[in-house]
Design a protein around this ligand. Structure first.
Ligand SMILES: NC(=O)c1ccc[n+]([C@@H]2O[C@H](COP(=O)([O-])OP(=O)(O)OC[C@H]3O[C@@H](n4cnc5c(N)ncnc54)[C@H](OP(=O)(O)O)[C@@H]3O)[C@@H](O)[C@H]2O)c1
Length: 222
């Protein structure tokens, strides 16, 4: 299949890209112009280097894709660089959805967060992004993992690895061993290689209209 990948330079996108390609899919990685100079991905044969706001350009790059994966977001530490939850966590999703509709892409896969729609600006933004996807008229899949844990020796992308504290990992392992496996897998740290596999598999179909939490993502990405 062919996938458009927004967020290709992120901690998750950096793992999704090689997994999808090694699984035989064609990927169009999206890069922002201001980031393209910082990553070897700019030389990727299918790289789409443009602002997501250039919906016509993005739609051209999406044409022929079976799904658009949106793994875009920011954090407070990057607000000083010009990103915000409004632009990165909501606006970017609106732009990906608009381009997907214009390009006739059937499915959008949104990487959201555990607790989306809950209290606080971040979770509110994630809730709004989910609403945009659900009301898009496209087939959609929403992933709601908890905190991330990068695999050892994983590529790090432009935003570093996600290192969940080892005491926390041990805590959730203990819960799983004590019979609380479902709880531990839903709320515990999500290994990013497992998440990447789950996202790529969800992009292929079979989970449309589903909101997938960590426990479900672990089954799909096993
Ligand atoms: N970290 C966690 O524990 C956690 C848990 C649950 C869910 N999530 C969510 O999962 C998603 C991916 O997380 P991550 O850790 O892989 O993120 P990340 O490493 O911070 O990467 C964010 C990606 O979004 C891109 N981006 C940001 N603003 C953009 C914009 N306006 N237009 C286009 N691209 C933009 C970045 O591009 P540049 O390289 O150009 O900046 C980068 O590729 C995020 O939505 C995050 O909120 C995170």
């Amino acid at each position: 299949m062919k996938f458009f990948l927004a967020g290709a330079t992120g901690a998750v996108g950096t793992i999704v890209l090689p997994f999808a390609e090694s699984d035989g899919h064609v990927v169009v990685p999206h890069l922002r112009p201001q980031s393209a100079g910082k990553t070897p991905l700019r030389s990727h044969p299918n790289a789409c280097i443009a602002d997501l706001a250039a919906v016509d350009v993005i739609a051209d790059a999406m044409r022929g894709c079976d799904a658009a994966l949106c793994l875009v977001g920011t954090m407070r530490t990057r607000f000083a660089d010009g990103d915000s939850y409004a632009t990165s966590d909501v606006g970017a999703v609106r732009e990906v959805v608009a381009a997907a509709k214009a390009a006739g892409v059937a499915r959008v896969v949104l990487l959201s967060s555990l607790g989306a729609g809950g209290m606080g600006a971040y979770l509110q933004a994630k809730g709004e992004a989910e609403r945009v996807v659900k009301e898009s008229g496209l087939a959609w899949v929403i992933a709601r993992p908890g905190a991330f844990a990068s695999p050892v020796k994983a590529p790090e992308g432009l935003h570093g690895a996600r290192n969940f504290p080892s005491a926390g990992v041990a805590f959730f392992r203990g819960l799983a061993a004590a019979g609380l496996r479902g709880f531990a897998h839903r709320y515990g740290p999500m290994p990013l290689d497992v998440l990447a596999r789950a996202l790529v598999r969800a992009a292929q179909g079979g989970h449309d209209g589903c909101i997938l939490h960590g426990d479900e993502l672990r089954v799909i990405g096993a």
